[in-house]
Design a protein around this ligand. Structure first.
Ligand code: HEC
Length: 179
């Protein structure tokens, strides 16, 4: 290597080194700046938090006769940061829905038509032997799922997020309607 090449190479390395250094500084500055944008304030805004709660909240709300229906836009109690709980907050706490309601949302798909071998609602003949097993077995089969002679009952009808109490209510509703 001639001495000219050598000095070119040295200068070249210095330039590359300086550029790497600048890039690192830019990354650090960018991270710092990105952490201090408006977004932090936007997210802390109660109106924004309420809008997120509204979008991500449960689809349905329970209205009990005699109680004021909860305004649809009200965020669930306690979830909007430290916003003071509204006076009607207790009404917002998830209630166990009644059996008919649960049936209509989670069980009807199979049990109204008899799809996949499901015993039909109101079909006393199909339910007689099942009901005879006792309510505990029916509840267990509905909650944990059950492979029987006519088909497969998925755990909680496939809606694994349902509370056990709601599944039990739906089973009792179905059994009562099918005697
Ligand atoms: C994907 C269809 C499907 C859905 C949805 C479904 N079931 Fe079933 N279910 C079945 C089938 C099929 C059987 C019959 C299994 C057998 O006996 O072979 C059954 C049986 C049952 C039985 C009788 C169990 C027994 O011991 O005989 C109960 C109780 C029951 N389902 C409750 C429910 C409830 C409550 C829901 C809603 C939360 C629900 N099912 C949703 C398909 C379904």
């Amino acid at each position: 290597m001639s001495s000219q090449d050598q000095s070119f190479f040295n200068v070249f390395m210095v330039v590359i080194g300086a550029m790497v250094g600048i890039a690192v500084v830019l990354v650090i500055v960018a991270r710092f700046v990105a952490g201090n944008t408006q977004l932090a304030w936007v997210k802390a805004d109660p109106a924004y938090a309420a809008a997120v709660d509204e979008r991500t909240g449960p689809v349905g709300r329970v209205s009990i006769t005699g109680e004021e229906p909860a305004p649809a836009a009200a965020p669930a109690a306690g979830s909007a940061g430290d916003a003071a709980p509204a006076a009607d907050a207790p009404a917002e706490v998830a209630k166990v829905r009644d059996g008919e309601e649960v049936y209509n949302t989670a069980c009807m798909a199979c049990h109204s038509s008899g799809a996949a071998g499901a015993p039909k609602l109101g079909d006393a003949a199909a339910w007689k032997a099942r009901i005879a097993q006792g309510a505990d077995i029916l509840h267990k089969h509905a909650i944990e799922g059950f492979q029987g002679a006519t088909g497969f009952m998925p755990p909680k009808g496939g809606q694994v997020a349902l509370p056990d109490a709601e599944v039990i209510a739906a089973v009792d509703f179905m059994a009562a309607k099918s005697r």
